[in-house]
Design a protein around this ligand. Structure first.
Ligand SMILES: Nc1ncnc2c1ncn2[C@@H]1O[C@H](COP(=O)(O)OP(=O)(O)O)[C@@H](O)[C@H]1O
Ligand SMILES: [Mg+2]
Length: 272
């Protein structure tokens, strides 16, 4: 492989990936087959009906779930900082204070505490929590907890940032603020991001590229570039003609997917 090929190698690559869960004798085909390449620095949103396998795809890329068939390749320079994940439910430790939570991944990697604190403080400030380093988690609102979770993921400077509906449990106003914060941060350091959301609107606002999965087992039914220029703010993107067109197209596709699922479950009911 020459240096140009190395540079153009996808950051994330899925080939023939399927996932089958077997629990208590029941078989669930959750994902695939999926083939997908994500380039270095690309911001990709994964959308699709509830239960179609979005989280499973994200977990596979993060190494938390193993594909049943196929291959996932991450092209990273340092495997220790390959991925960091932000989950929907914050998943921060209530018995640690704010900065201890943010520092967690650095502690695990053996970064000295003073250095860990210094780096954590930088990201707390970026998330507007610079003065809350010593606060207890119980003193924070949902939006603040999610900022802590985002700071904790960013502080390890992962090559790939994985986010699973990180703003779903947050009220609409705070969600808009966090979307804008994320856009601003991403536009300044262009990490590779794979972001799961059930919201087509959120996907278009944030992403370079929106991938829609079918109903379970999730396969790719649409792969669209977002034709809205960068840098963008959520507000300006929301008011553009390009937003409206792509939103309508993807919404129609989603509607058809959900309807096909309803029709299939009705047929199954009638047959039984
Ligand atoms: N660990 C697991 N064991 C058994 N079934 C699972 C497991 N994880 C997910 N599933 C099932 O796989 C399907 C896809 O789940 P998920 O990836 O969470 O969907 P989404 O994130 O799109 O809502 C669902 O039917 C879910 O119940
Ligand atoms: Mg999910």
């Amino acid at each position: 492989m020459d240096s140009q090929e190395v540079a153009s190698r996808p950051k994330i690559s899925l080939r023939g990936v399927t996932t089958r869960f077997v629990s208590k004798g029941a078989v669930v085909d959750a994902v695939g087959p999926i083939d997908l390449d994500i380039a270095d620095g690309e911001f990709v949103c994964l959308v699709g009906p509830s239960g179609c396998g979005k989280s499973t795809v994200l977990r596979m890329v993060g190494g938390l779930v193993r594909p049943s068939t196929g291959e996932i390749d991450l092209h990273v320079t340092d495997p220790r900082w390959a991925t960091a994940t932000v989950f929907q439910d914050y998943s921060i430790y209530p018995w640690k204070n704010v900065i201890e939570n943010v520092r967690f991944g650095l502690d695990l990697a053996g970064v000295p505490k003073a250095e860990g604190n210094r780096r954590s403080q930088v990201y707390l400030e970026r998330m507007g929590l610079g003065d809350r380093a010593k606060a207890h988690i119980s003193e924070l609102s949902g939006g603040m907890k999610q900022r802590v979770a985002i700071a904790r993921a960013l502080v390890v400077e992962p090559e790939i940032l994985l986010m699973d509906e990180p703003f779903s449990a947050i009220d609409a106003q705070m969600r808009h603020v966090l979307q804008d914060d994320l856009l601003e941060m991403w536009q300044s350091d262009r990490r590779t991001v794979l972001f799961v959301t059930h919201s087509i609107e959120e996907a278009i606002l944030l992403a370079d590229r929106v991938i829609m999965l079918s109903v379970r087992p999730g396969r790719i039914v649409a792969d669209r570039q977002v034709p809205i220029e960068r840098p963008r703010s959520a507000e300006s993107a929301r008011n553009s003609k390009e937003f409206a067109e792509l939103h309508d197209e993807l919404w129609e596709l989603m509607r058809r997917e959900v309807q096909s699922q309803l029709a299939a479950s009705r047929t199954a009911q009638e047959a039984s």
